[in-house]
Design a protein around this ligand. Structure first.
Ligand code: PGA
Length: 234
């Protein structure tokens, strides 16, 4: 079975690099590929993807449904450009922008209202991993935003903070155990793994049965890498 590939380009690519990579993605036309460009370029990417099987995701959205939020990107505006998915709770935003569970809950609820699929990122940091409290951290991160949420419309991405951009990752067995744990708690639409996924480890990760796809940062910005990953995941 195909696995989904969520390509999170963060702010790694400039305008020219983004457009050129999207052109290549359109050529590949894989229906299991979702690209998350910088929001600055999202509406142009949306136009490029119009007749393609590749979908568009947003890296973030506003937590309020209002017209008075300077600098925000409204969920209604994402809907306007046919954005199908939106990341929330990425550890970089939790850590650097202090995004609280309340903000994440508001974004989650708002995205569901507009029929955009939220991709909620959760995962333990290095200290929690060392202390053996992964399970507690993951459960708490789900618990604190769970109120009133229809989980069968949400994708959960397990992304241990210590595995993001480091080249180290949990074993396939550990990833699988966390996926079971998440399913036992909230029964999401799908579960992804993210953190240092690349063309060298994708074959092994692909074999994890209870993982539906991957959230990929750095490797997804390189044409050669993403082509190899897509080949294995199709
Ligand atoms: P990485 O990033 O693949 O570069 O580790 C993953 C992510 O931050 O989503």
């Amino acid at each position: 079975m195909n696995k989904l590939i969520f390509a999170n380009w963060k702010i790694s690519l400039n305008y020219t690099q983004t457009i050129s990579l999207v052109k290549e993605m359109v050529e590949m036309d894989c229906s299991n590929l979702i690209v998350f460009p910088s929001l600055l370029f999202a509406s142009e990417v949306a136009q490029m993807l119009q007749n393609s099987n590749v979908s568009l995701g947003a890296q973030d959205c506003a937590s309020k449904d209002t017209d008075a939020l300077t600098g925000g990107i409204g969920v209604g505006q994402l809907n306007d450009i046919n954005c199908k998915y939106c990341l929330i709770g990425h550890s970089e935003r939790r850590i650097f922008l202090n995004e609280s569970p309340k903000i994440l809950h508001d974004k989650l609820a708002l995205l569901l209202k507009y029929d955009i699929i939220p991709v909620l990122c959760i995962g333990e940091d290095h200290i929690s991993k060392k202390s053996g409290v992964t399970e507690e951290v993951v459960m708490t991160q789900l618990d604190e935003i769970s109120f009133g949420i229809q989980w069968d419309k949400v994708i959960v991405a397990y992304e241990p903070v210590w595995a993001i951009g480091t080249g180290v990752m949990p074993s396939p067995e550990e990833i699988s155990e966390v996926a079971d744990l998440i399913r036992s708690k909230v029964k999401p639409l799908k579960i992804l793994y993210g953190g240092s996924v690349n063309s060298a480890n994708i074959q092994e990760l692909f074999m994890i049965k209870n993982i539906d796809g991957f959230l990929i940062g750095s490797a997804s910005t390189k044409l050669e890498e993403i082509s190899k990953i897509l080949k294995i995941c199709n």
